[in-house]
Design a protein around this ligand. Sequence first.
Ligand code: ADP
Length: 309
Amino acid sequence: MKALTIKNLSKTYSNGTVALKGIDLSVEAGDFYALLGPNGAGKTTAIGIVSSLVNKSGGEVEVFGHSIDTALEAAKTCIGVVPQEVNLNLWETVGNTVRNQAGYYGLSGKLAKQRIEKYLRALRLWDRRDHIARSLSGGMKRRLMIARALVHEPKLLILDEPTAGVDIEIRRSMWEFLREINDAGTTIILTTHYLEEAESLCRHIAIIDEGTIIEDARMSDVLRKLQREVFVLRLDRVLDRAPQLSGFDARLRSDGELEVEKGPDYDLNDLFTELNALDIRVVSLRNKANRLEELFMRLVENKQPGAAA
Ligand code: ADP
């Protein structure tokens, strides 16, 4: 069963900004899925469309088989959203914030009461239930938004930058909580630009950049790919063809340099030993960053702690 299917989704804002250029995504039920990308990549736009806060320009979205065009209410019932910006009524109490949401989804009074207690306790806010939202710390406000998103027990929880600006201790306890509800069966999609967060939590990762999906793979495959390094070697002479090396893929570039890809189980000493045996001497060597690594470097540079706590 697919929790989410997105086909050829596009968005052009009224000012002409093209935020999504026809993206495809498919999220399996039960998955823990990261949508990773630098600021302005289109993450918030994508989840805004899925949660019907933003109108799409083209394409299709289905949530647990319900099209947002033809079965919007059914699709919405399946989703809980935790937005990036704090959008709480700051004068409302913690308890009422969650109660109002339960009312919005038509939960009976008794069930609402149970759920409010269940999620406020789980998110360590039960003691604060009579306090107004304004009195909460940044991390607590974020946890309250998670409790609010969960009160109707959606099958799909979407969190936009859940831990931006949250200190490390709270971040880790939120991760633990998200793992628990994922283990209990809730599909989770989160957007983040913290690679560490995606790596620690998610089993699948899609990387979006400038409105286009540039990577969509299991996390383990992406990490394996990142472990492969490519070096460019300048040799003392130009070879006719690339040498056969065990443990390394080598190819000759048109400029005569040798490009060598190193797997995680080999090191550069092995490479030099092999080249020595073939009487090939290396004049200089440089590291060739691959496209994904370059993107990750940029993502890390784009980290903006302190935003919207
Ligand atoms: P991300 O969440 O990855 O940071 P966004 O989806 O917020 O990216 O933004 C994608 C692009 O769309 C950016 O260029 C952003 O400036 C633009 N954008 C977002 N919201 C609006 C809007 N309401 N009006 C016009 N442009 C917007």
